[in-house]
Write a protein that binds this ligand. Structure first.
Ligand code: FES
Length: 243
């Protein structure tokens, strides 16, 4: 009888295992809605010397009728969507496959195919998104440095700090990526023959241990950096000039 009850219940866990997937689903949904609205709006993304990270690099193509953000956002969004950490996060929170350790998955038993079939087999292109997102990251740094260039010369505003912090956090997210770790230290039989690569791999491995942390803080920073430029452009807030 006890066994029968255990098998029919979703889990025997007594802790609040559902909190993490619920919070994850809520935050990712808010971010998804906000970034989609901003990407399509094509307005209030530039206040000199600040450019919203959603529009970096700002491409003006005469043949493209929609927001130029859509020309570039596929790279960072594809990078996040195929990220090893986010995969775990949204498989649990949205697909409930499974929603937590020792919790029964929503899908029928035996139907789980992992990432061996379409569409999830496409997750394997993560390393290529890493390269594409790396190019975007270079432009984000150029824009962050441009944020020191005011009309009257060199300066630092709150927006400058916001864009620099965002570039740093996004860099840490990329540099702690599993694909980057493999790029640096993979396909080597003997580390002692490549001491430099070994040293870099050791560093990247330390960052990689905290990849989840970088994934979340960079998600917040990119959305908040965009929100900051948006509120400035709308005149809701004023940038404070520090220097
Ligand atoms: S594993 Fe998360 S960005 Fe590569």
């Amino acid at each position: 009888m006890a066994n029968g009850t255990a098998q029919s219940s979703i889990t025997m866990r007594k802790d609040a295992w559902w909190v993490a997937p619920l919070v994850t689903a809520t935050i990712l949904s808010i971010f998804g809605l906000y970034s989609t609205w901003r990407a399509f709006s094509h307005a209030d993304f530039l206040v000199q010397p600040y450019l919203s990270p959603f529009y970096s690099p700002y491409l003006l193509a005469s043949w493209w009728p929609l927001s130029p953000a859509l020309l570039i956002l596929w790279a960072p969004l594809g990078f996040r969507a195929t990220c090893y950490y986010y995969r775990k996060a949204y498989y649990r929170s949205f697909f409930m496959a499974p929603p937590g350790c020792a919790v029964r998955p929503l899908a029928k038993e035996g139907s789980y195919a992992g990432e061996t079939r379409f569409p999830f087999i496409l997750q394997n292109i993560h390393r290529y998104f890493f390269y594409a997102a790396g190019v975007i990251l270079i432009f984000l740094w150029i824009d962050a440095l441009h944020a020191f260039k005011f009309e009257d010369g060199f300066g630092i505003g709150v927006g400058t700090i916001v864009l620099i912090i965002n570039a740093v956090l996004l860099s840490m997210y990329s540099l702690s990526c599993h694909s980057f770790r493999h790029l640096v230290g993979g396909k080597l039989d003997v580390f002692s023959k490549c001491p430099t690569r070994f040293r870099i791999w050791g560093k990247v491995s330390v960052w990689n241990e905290h990849h989840m942390f970088w994934a979340w803080v960079s998600l917040f920073s990119v959305a908040l950096a965009d929100l900051y430029v948006f509120l400035l452009a709308r005149g809701v807030i004023t940038d404070i000039r520090i220097i």
